[in-house]
Structures are given as structure tokens and as C-alpha cells.
Design a protein around this ligand. Structure first.
Ligand code: NMX
Ligand code: MLT
Length: 471
């Protein structure tokens, strides 16, 4: 059934490609596969030479084509708008939002296999899509779920390493420490020590990446259980998929929470290459640091309040609104609270974006989930009121480029509704999800032989002298 629905949507997508040439490059890959191609590794092996040739051709034919001019504003403004990275797995449009290998979130919800008819996409399906550019069948996704389960055992030293930290340490510190402890098993670093040929780098990177993706939910769940549930670990359930198992190991077995986790992990996985976590992972990996080292570095960027920590900040902020004004706060009271936040020199968490200029589609699909499953929840209603109240205020400030909500504005109230109320933990969930996007691209980084990243920096003195000369 999922298969036939997918075929019909794919044919609609292909028709659209004819009308929108900009989509051609990513969607041209889309195929429905036969259920006999169950092995992801051999699929990749087949795809890599073709993509290596493609990159070679781009370099030789278009190497000198200009992609834009770099202005002083860009250098001083956090490199906004400066195209400087190759990132194959997803592309962000400022107005339309993210596309994973050419597919928008609503399209992924339609074509990626689900745990139940009409359900949310399975993150393993997204991993397959990101790695191969192809929409997997349910059989392929089931095979990948099984493979991830087979790689998910956590060595005992990882728990002991986390246990060495105070239980009050921030969950992101504990999680990243666990990821660093996993690094001792890196196949890539062992192979490099033995002198592996560069043409083979992608193979141990693939091994490390799949193992890392398989293991992060159990490490993350341990951090949660250690901090909030007396350290009682819940073993994996072999009958469950990736997202369902993650919810289960955290201690949530309700079917709606499992569906939420599948959606959550899918939509947080990848957001093209320039965001702080993805860019950090990519940069560190460009030194041929293995996937564990690179992903741990990415997590440290995700732990910042302007990036992934914003999901924690949003729920804490919403709870502070409720503490001060109650759940039935009026829009006028809410406006006053927003101004109070801004006037105290803080940002309104969950609003704004470095690239997006409209409401984040990841916000919208979480809103749809809430409308379906928890329309009467008071905190969801508060989030809806914020959607009306905050954008005009941020617009009035006159400097905010995007007044609309981002992904983090919504996730907390959904998790809170199902009993995952500990806001300080939320960024860890984001981190688990981001392993899928960052590691998928890392495999391609090594397969395509992408070089060490090393942009040029300049001093203010250099800028002054250069600009005077140019004036
Ligand atoms: N509340 C208050 N001020 C804001 C906000 C906001 N939500 N968003 C932007 N501004 C300010 C920003 O601080 C800057 O002020 P100043 O010139 O005084 O330094 C000015 O508006 C211009 O910033 P922009 O160019 O609009 O945004 P930028 O690309 O620099 O930053 C964010 C993007 C996401 C860091 C920023 O919008 C923000 O701080 N948002 C709140 C935190 C947040 O939700 N982060 C999560 C992003 C998504 N994620 O998961 O990573
Ligand atoms: C992300 O998902 O990484 C955030 O939306 C931030 C970004 O894209 O810059």
C-alpha cells in the first residue's frame, strides 16, 4: 500500500520536475527500488563512482564560474549569504524551507515508509534517502532497522565514562562525553593508522557512521534515565524501529509518543551544510578526524542557545510565562511579556533564523501533529498565541530579518504533553537526530574526496587598507 502510494506521488514529483528545472538535479535521482536491493552498503558502492565522475566534471567544466561576490558585510556578518560549502543531502530554500534530496517535509511524509498506514516517516527511511537519493521500500527500511539494531550495543566503558560526570552536568555534556567514549571503537582511525588507501576512506567512515547512528539513541536514553529515572536502563526492543525504540528506551511506550519520535528524528536530521552543528562536523571531518570526533564537535555547537539549545530555552521561557501570568494569558499580556524579554536584552527563543525567511516547515508539521493529537493542550494553545503575537513585535524592532517561528518554537510542548517534561534534556533529542544528517554527508565527503577546509581570514587592519585602496 505504502509502495503504491509512493509510486503515484513520485510520478507527480517527476511531472513537477519538468516545470521546475531547479529541482532536476536532486529529484533526478529519485527512484522506487525493487525489494531485492536490501543492502545499503552495496547500493552506495554502486552510486559512488557515478557521483565522483559528476564532481570531476563540475570541477573541470565550471571550476572558474563565479558564485557571487564577497562583501565586507558578509565577512563581518557571520558569512551569511556566502556560498562556501558542498552539501549533498539537503538544501534549504529561504522561503520554502528544507528539502531532503529534493523532497520537502510533506513529500517525505507521503513517500517514506511508515510504521503504520498513514503514519509518520521512519527515520531509517530518511537515512536511506539522504545516503542514496532514492526513496526506499518498506523492506529496505526494515532491513536497515534490523542492521541498526544489530550495531546498537553500547560498550560498558561508555556508561562508566558518563557516570564519572556529576549527575547534575548538563545533559548535552553527558551525551557528548558518551559519544567521545564511543570513539575508541572507530574503524576509520584504526584503518588510517594501518595506512588505508584514500580511495577506500569512505568504507570505514560508513562503518563508523552506521554504528554511531545506531548507538546514539541508547547513549542518549542512558543520560535521560541516569538524570531523571534513577539510572534504570531500559533495553532495546527488537520488534521496534529506530524512532519507536528511542522512545521506548527513554521510557515512553505510548503509540503517539513513538510516532512523535519518528517525526521528530526525521525533521531534525539535516538542514543543509551551513548551520553550526553540520558545518562544525564537516569542518572537523575535513581534517580526516573520524565520525565520532567530528560528530562530538558538532554536538558542542548544537549545545549553544542560538542553535540547538533553543528548544530548551523555548519551553523554559513558555513555563516562565505561565508561572507569571497563568495558562489563560491574554494576547495583550503576552505582548507585554515579549517586550519585557526583549527589553532585558534577551532574544525570544524559537523565532528568527539565519537563512529562513518564512515560517519553518518543521514548525508547521509539528503544529499539524498538535492539531491532530493535542488540540486542547493549554501549552499548545499558548504556542499558537505566540505565533500571532511575536512576529509583529519582532518586525516592529526593525532589525530582525525573519520574525517567524523556527523548529524549536514547537517541539517542547509536544514532548511535554507526552510526559517528557525535562526541558534541559531536549537538545539531546535534536543531537540524536542530527547524527543521521551529519554522518550521511560525512560518508559522501570521504567518497568524493572533499579537501581539508581552510578559508582565509583577515584582520581589521587588512580590511581598512584593502577597502581604502578599493574606494
Ligand atoms: N529575538 C530577539 N532578537 C532577535 C531575534 C529574536 N528571536 N532574532 C534575531 N534577533 C536580532 C539579532 O539578535 C540581531 O540583533 P543585533 O543586531 O542587535 O545583534 C538582529 O535581530 C539581526 O539578526 P538576524 O540577522 O535576523 O538573525 P541572525 O541570522 O543573526 O540570527 C538566530 C539567527 C536564529 C540566531 C536569531 O534569530 C535568534 O537569536 N533567534 C532566537 C534563538 C533561536 O531560536 N535559535 C534557534 C535557531 C534554530 N535552530 O534550531 O538552530
Ligand atoms: C538547524 O536546523 O540547523 C537550524 O535551523 C539552524 C540553521 O539551519 O542555521
Amino acid at each position: 500500500m505504502v509502495f503504491y502510494r509512493s509510486v503515484s506521488l513520485l510520478s507527480k514529483l517527476r511531472n513537477r520536475v519538468v516545470q521546475q528545472p531547479s529541482l532536476t538535479n536532486s529529484v533526478r535521482w529519485l527512484q522506487i527500488q525493487t525489494s531485492s536491493d536490501l543492502d545499503l552498503h552495496s547500493q552506495l558502492k554502486e552510486l559512488i563512482p557515478e557521483q565522483q565522475e559528476r564532481l570531476k566534471k563540475i570541477k573541470s567544466e565550471y571550476g572558474k564560474v563565479q558564485l557571487g561576490n564577497i562583501s565586507v558585510d558578509m565577512v563581518l556578518g557571520g558569512m551569511r549569504g556566502m556560498t562556501g560549502l558542498l552539501w549533498e543531502t539537503s538544501l534549504l530554500d529561504p522561503d520554502e524551507g528544507i528539502r531532503f534530496r529534493g523532497l520537502s517535509i510533506p513529500e517525505c511524509q507521503k513517500v517514506l515508509p511508515a510504521a503504520k498506514p498513514g503514519g509518520e516517516p521512519l527515520p531509517e527511511g530518511l537515512l536511506w534517502l539522504l545516503l542514496t537519493g532514492k526513496v526506499p521500500t518498506k523492506e529496505q527500511v526494515d532491513a536497515l532497522s534490523k542492521e541498526l539494531r544489530s550495531r546498537a550495543t553500547i560498550p560498558d566503558h561508555v556508561y562508566k565514562t558518563i557516570d564519572a560526570l556529576p549527575v547534575t552536568a548538563h545533559p548535552m555534556t553527558q551525551f557528548t562525553t558518551g559519544v567521545m567514549a564511543l570513539q575508541v571503537q572507530s574503524e576509520f582511525s584504526k584503518a588510517y593508522e594501518k595506512g588505508i588507501h584514500k580511495s577506500k576512506y569512505w568504507e570505514p567512515t560508513y562503518e563508523d557512521s552506521l554504528s554511531l547512528i545506531a548507538q546514539v539513541p541508547a547513549v542518549a536514553a542512558y543520560v535521560y534515565r541516569r538524570m531523571y529515572k534513577n539510572g534504570e536502563r531500559i533495553p532495546m526492543d527488537d520488534s521496534l524501529d529506530y524512532g519507536g525504540n528511542f522512545a521506548h528506551m527513554l521510557g515512553f511506550d505510548g503509540p503517539e509518543m513513538q510516532e512523535l519520535m519518528r517525526l521528530y528524528v526525521t525533521i531534525h536530521s539535516d538542514h543543509e551544510g551551513g548551520n553550526v552543528s553540520a558545518h562544525t562536523g564537516h569542518l572537523v571531518a575535513s581534517a580526516l578526524s573520524d565520525p565520532y570526533l567530528s560528530f562530538a564537535a558538532a554536538l558542542n555547537g548544537l549545545a549553544g542557545p542560538l542553535h540547538g539549545l533553543a528548544n530548551q530555552e523555548v519551553l523554559l521561557w513558555i513555563k516562565s510565562v505561565v508561572d507569571e501570568c497563568g495558562e489563560n494569558i491574554t494576547k495583550d499580556q503576552l505582548k507585554d511579556y515579549v517586550w519585557k524579554t526583549l527589553n532585558s536584552g534577551k532574544v525570544v527563543p524559537g523565532f528568527g533564523h539565519g537563512v529562513l525567511r518564512k515560517t519553518d516547515p518543521r514548525y508547521m508539521c509539528q503544529r499539524e501533529f498538535a492539531l491532530k493529537h493535542l488540540p486542547d493542550d493549554p501549552l499548545f494553545q499558548l504556542v499558537s498565541k505566540l505565533y500571532d503575537v511575536v512576529p509583529p513585535i519582532l518586525t516592529e524592532l526593525g532589525k530582525v530579518k525573519n520574525p517567524w517561528p523556527n523548529v524549536d518554537a514547537h517541539s517542547g510542548v509536544l514532548l511535554n504533553y507526552y510526559g517528557l517534561t525535562e526541558a534541559r534534556y531536549y537538545t539531546v533529542l535534536f543531537g540524536v537526530s542530527r547524527a543521521i544528517g551529519i554522518c550521511s554527508q560525512l560518508i559522501w565527503d570521504r567518497a568524493l574526496g572533499l579537501p581539508l577546509e581552510r578559508p582565509k581570514s583577515v584582520t581589521m587592519e587588512w580590511l581598512e587598507a584593502h577597502c581604502k585602496k578599493a574606494a
